[in-house]
Design a protein around this ligand. Structure first.
Ligand code: ADP
Ligand code: ZN
Ligand code: ZN
Length: 732
């Protein structure tokens, strides 16, 4: 009998699988997805078995045996999805698998996660937390177990804001809480899943729930369009409840966990079933635990960011993508996948519905609705009795301005603050001032490593690059002309904060951006101040445009829309419109009506006019027409071949070689470039790109498929960093 050969995907940048001999005594078929410990060069690695064969291109005496086949194989469905993704994104399968698997499963000496689950005992159910006055943490833990009658695992306990271990041990000792083995936890029947009051759905919401509900157990993509506050999350909740009653799991993707605590706590408050929350702050063993518990059907609801899409699901019932337009769903390096697009593929393969929600759907999704591929569901009113805000343009041409604020807007702020309302100012530029300029000769302080200026940060007295992180002290004089008068040009959030503190000394100003919220817990504290009304004036970057509602905010000021009106990126108008509408949606969620004021020097700009007077849908329609005329996505398929290197001539040289390789395809695909990226130099590297475009997606893929395995053989391939970006979200 010929030796059995295993085809194994290994995390390397090469587009091939590697052949290994099956271990001795291995007579049974090795299941694809099995993890294998192998010697690769000098290293030991974990690879994934893709298939078996009885022949190899490698000479038999050169083949090495697999050292060990490990347990916990990848579920077949997940492996197939990832193989599909590797083909679509033209990315090496070994790296795709490496990206999608929890780190501990990729390590040679990995261990099992601690999969214990704790639950109230019968005796524990009889106890009252009030009797534990002298042990407040035990009391809190008891309360938590009462809310999670179906038990809690280590990850859920880790989400409590105190060290639960000692208190848990004490409750276990009292016999009130018991630990379940893994088998007991698997056999656990979920009961009384819905533990909180829920509102009666309005007619529109009910229609949404009915339509999606009619498609359980079959594939259908839905786009749920509804303004902020129209009750989309309530639709998700009630659908998830139905999925739970069918004993199935729901996977919910959100843009950023930090920015969506409200969504998560609504799920936790509504349901008693175990919920896995996957986010970047988790350590490796927490990740592995969540992965295993989803695979084994212990957790019924999985909420996470982009990469949570790769969670194995034992009983998948529904995939939800909240804020489907959000650009964070696209990974911007290495394996550049789009989680929304892959979710569609996964739902189709699983034969389950996919529900995508947004107040400002992406143009791609609206196009798919037009094409009949997605079913559109709409919520047109705000749930409850909150009124939508009014939007207005404030023409600031020739008006007196102080630190980026027009006098008229400051008057408006005074009125709202006097009414005990909050004001929110949106400025998507952190730091004190975005440029330092010499008053004498006009020199502007550049980043030594990027084609960009340094931003002044007042609090730390540093000049900082927002593209590469470079930091330095501000100079005392101009290096060109030695003059000492250096001035800060432009307004960042830090400067705005300082100015507002001066003109509104009686009100508390709170700045929420990545500089003020980098310390652990500081974001939560800032948000708490904002929600309670303790902070009167909120200043924020795009962090504030997502996820949060501030019921006491009645005035929103959008200060710097002008800089985004004239970008060269074809997606820029779409992003700007989404951001404007999203920020506007933060206002007036309660009884008080909201007012949104957009300061601009270009009140006649057609984009602003359409958006304000006709709304987002009309804007999207116009924008789609423009895309069609310019042959941009979704009316064509795009890919970027990027290359970067510290020496300037290398990337264009490599791309020129790639271009020649693709020449035979010229005509079926259009090849543009090589040209420098909009920011040519970043972090000391020169960056160039080649644009590959086609009206027929299949042709684009056929071209790349043929070319991609040749690229690394090009003369200059090893001298540059290169990557392929399918469906690029940004040309930067
Ligand atoms: P969205 O997700 O679209 O922003 P939410 O689901 O958060 O909207 O709903 C906005 C607010 O209205 C929330 O406080 C929610 O509890 C409430 N709400 C949603 N649906 C209803 C309903 N049918 N009846 C009463 N209140 C509702
Ligand atoms: Zn000078
Ligand atoms: Zn820089």
């Amino acid at each position: 009998m010929p030796a059995k050969i295993l085809k194994i995907a290994i995390p390397t940048p090469l587009y091939t699988c590697f052949d290994y001999l099956a271990p001795d005594r291995c007579t049974e078929t090795v299941r694809p997805g099995t993890r294998a410990r192998v010697q690769f060069g000098k290293r030991q690695l974990i690879g994934i078995v893709i298939g078996e064969s009885d022949q190899s291109d490698v000479a038999a005496n050169k083949l090495k045996p697999v050292q060990q086949l490990l347990d916990q194989p990848l579920p077949t469905e997940l492996l197939d999805l990832l193989r599909w993704a590797a083909t679509y994104y033209h990315h090496p399968l070994g790296e795709v698998l490496n990206h999608a698997l929890p780190a501990l499963l990729r390590q040679v000496d990995s261990k099992q996660a601690d999969a214990n689950v704790w639950q109230l005992s019968d005796e524990g159910r009889q106890q009252s937390a009030d009797d534990l006055k002298r042990a407040p943490r035990q009391a809190e833990l008891l309360r938590q177990f009462n809310e999670h009658i179906n038990g809690m695992d280590k990850n859920q306990l880790d989400r409590l804001d105190f060290n639960w271990r000692d208190s848990l041990r004490a409750l276990e000792k009292k016999g009130w809480v018991k630990r379940l083995s893994q088998t007991e936890a698997s056999a656990l029947q979920q009961h009384d899943v819905c533990i909180a009051e829920k509102p009666d759905l309005n007619d529109e919401q009910q229609t949404c729930v009915d339509q999606v509900g009619a498609c359980f157990d079959q594939f259908q993509a839905f786009l749920l369009q509804g303004i902020t506050g129209s009750g989309k999350t309530e639709v998700y909740l009630q659908l998830v409840e139905q999925i739970l009653s069918r004993q199935q799991q729901s996977l919910i993707l959100v843009p950023e966990i930090n920015l969506t605590p409200q969504l998560i706590s609504r799920f936790e408050q509504r349901f008693s079933v175990p919920i896995a929350v996957l986010h970047s702050g988790m350590n490796n063993s927490q990740r592995l635990l969540a992965w295993q518990r989803a695979r084994d059907n212990h957790v019924k609801i999985i909420i996470g960011t982009r990469s949570a899409l790769f969670t194995p699901l034992a009983k998948p019932g529904l995939i939800i993508i909240d804020e489907e337009h959000d650009s964070s769903y696209k990974q911007q390096d290495n394996f550049r996948y789009h989680a929304r697009d892959l979710a569609l593929v996964r739902a189709k393969r699983l034969n389950i519905p996919l529900l995508m929600g947004s107040a400002t759907p992406s143009l791609e999704s609206l196009y798919n609705v037009q094409q009949g591929r997605y079913q559109l569901l709409q919520l047109t009113q705000r749930a409850g009795d909150a009124k939508p805000p009014t939007l207005q343009l404030l023409d600031v041409r020739r008006r007196p301005m102080q630190e980026g604020l027009s006098d008229h807007f400051i008057d408006l702020m005074r009125q709202h603050l006097a009414n005990n309302s909050q004001v929110l100012l949106f400025l998507n530029r952190r730091g004190y001032a975005p440029a330092l300029l010499c008053h004498e000769c006009g020199w502007v302080m550049p980043c030594p490593r990027c084609d960009a200026q340094l931003t002044y940060h007042h609090h730390k007295n540093l000049m900082r690059c927002h593209h590469c992180g470079h930091e330095t002290r501000p100079p005392t004089s101009c290096p060109e002309c030695q003059h000492e008068e250096l001035i800060n040009i432009g307004i960042g959030t830090e400067r705005l904060e300082k100015h507002l503190t001066e003109i509104f000394p009686d009100y508390k100003v709170s700045r929420i951006d990545s500089d003020t919220t980098s310390r652990k817990g500081s974001l939560d504290q800032k948000l708490a101040e904002a929600h309670s009304g303790e902070a009167n004036i909120l200043i924020g970057t795009q962090m504030l445009a997502k996820g949060h509602d501030f019921p006491h905010v009645t005035l929103v000021g959008i200060l710097d829309v002008d800089s985004s009106l004239f970008s060269s990126d074809f997606r820029a108008p779409e992003f700007m419109a989404q951001q404007l509408v999203q920020v506007a949606g933060r206002a007036g969620r309660a009884e008080k009506p909201g007012q949104v004021v957009i300061q601009t020097h270009h009140p006649e700009h057609p984009l602003l006019q359409t958006l304000l007077h006709k709304g987002y849908e009309a804007f999207a329609e116009t924008a789609l027409e423009e895309r069609q005329q310019a042959c941009f996505p979704p009316y064509s398929a795009l890919a970027l071949l990027r290359a970067e290197a510290t020496r300037q001539w290398l990337p264009p040289k490599f791309l020129q070689q790639a271009l020649e390789l693709m020449q035979p395809w010229q005509g079926t695909v259009e090849l543009l470039g090589p040209f420098p990226s909009p920011m040519e130099r970043r972090a000391g590297r020169f960056r160039y790109q080649l644009l590959i475009q086609s009206n027929q997606r299949s042709q684009l893929h056929a071209c790349l498929k043929q070319v991609v395995t040749q690229l690394h053989k090009l003369p200059d391939a090893s001298k540059v960093r290169w990557s392929i970006d399918i469906d690029p979200q940004s040309m930067l």
